[in-house]
Design a protein around this ligand. Structure first.
Ligand code: PBG
Length: 313
């Protein structure tokens, strides 16, 4: 009876697996705060993507960890940069079986760890301010490099104003009308990104509060999504997921396009840590958390548990 009357169902195609690829390593590296998650070599990335595709997962979201960083994140739009090389490899391998997606943000590529180009010369100044419009130019270049490499869906996670319209314009002008945009619309300045910083070897100085949202604000989340919709977002996202289910429900109630949510690194880490201590049932907690995110309104969930969950469905 419960199965027959369930209002929310998980389906493998509604899950997206985030994957990390690191330049200059010969063996995959474990990430201590994310049990079971690795910084991949191109080869192990390929295998992880094939495993996800075989399990029926709907997509993979690629993050690059470059060997060399600089103030403007030059490796991000270099066709030979790690993320673009990896995208070509994965798109070739599994591009027909699932949607190959890329993180479009500068933080993995800058030596100060911020999502954009900085206004102030010194990264250790006590107030870090990104140069919004100079950053848009970098995002446009990144978008073209990623589309060229075969990414089907660009995940704009940098929270610069006008980024969706700007990237859309660059893509269209270059003939990439079919490359879609996933807007991380309501992205909060969250403590739950902690383990991700280890995953991408983040060089972050200061915090992201001058461009990510205040956890205290609910209406603002909806407003950010509306702006991205007006700018041409194909999908809007709320991130993190579990602490922002109210925002997710608000966005889902009005969005004419798919609404996604990201169960971020710290959310996964809490489940892993509690389960490792025997304090919660790991499998049930994973399923309950993802079902709850879908129940709140997410059509699709980015989760580090995607392949594992999909296999169990
Ligand atoms: C930015 C980006 C971040 C995450 C995804 N894209 C880090 C941040 O904004 O600080 C975090 C994802 C996670 O914690 O799992 N490139």
């Amino acid at each position: 009876m419960r199965r027959l009357t369930a209002e929310t169902r998980l389906h493998a195609a509604d899950l997206v697996l985030p994957l990390f690829v690191r330049e200059g390593i010969s063996e995959p590296q474990a990430i201590s705060s994310m049990p079971g998650v690795f910084q991949h070599t191109i080869d192990s990335l390929r295998r992880a993507a094939v495993e996800a595709a075989t399990a029926g997962v709907g997509g993979v979201m690629l993050f690059g960890v470059p060997e060399v960083r600089d103030a403007v994140g030059s490796a991000a739009d270099d066709p030979n940069g790690i993320l673009n090389v990896a995208t070509r490899a994965i798109a070739d391998e599994v591009g027909d079986a699932l949607v190959v997606q890329t993180d479009l943000c500068l933080d993995e590529f800058t030596d100060h760890g911020h999502c954009g180009v900085l206004q102030v010369a010194s990264a250790d100044s006590d107030r870090i301010v990104v140069d919004n419009d100079a950053t848009l130019e970098r995002y446009r270049a990144m978008a073209l490099a990623q589309a060229e490499a075969g990414s089907a869906l660009l995940g704009l996670s940098g929270m610069m104003d006008g980024q969706v319209a700007s990237v859309r314009d660059a893509l269209d002008a270059a003939g990439f009308q079919d490359t879609a945009i996933l807007a991380y619309s309501a992205k909060y300045a969250s403590a739950f990104y902690g383990p991700f910083r280890e995953a991408v070897d983040s060089q972050l100085v200061g915090d992201r509060r001058t461009y990510q949202q205040d956890p205290a604000n609910r209406r603002e989340g909806l407003r950010e999504a509306e702006l991205d919709l007006a700018e041409g977002a194909d999908i809007v996202m709320v991130k993190p997921a579990m602490s922002y289910l109210d925002v997710l429900a608000d966005v889902a109630a009005v969005s004419p396009v798919p609404v996604w949510a990201y169960q971020v690194s710290g959310e996964a880490a809490m489940i892993e840590a509690a389960a490792a201590n025997g304090w919660i049932d790991r499998d049930r907690a994973i399923e309950e958390s993802v079902v709850s995110i879908k129940r709140a309104g997410a059509d699709t969930v980015l989760t580090y548990f995607a392949t594992e969950l999909a296999r169990g469905l």
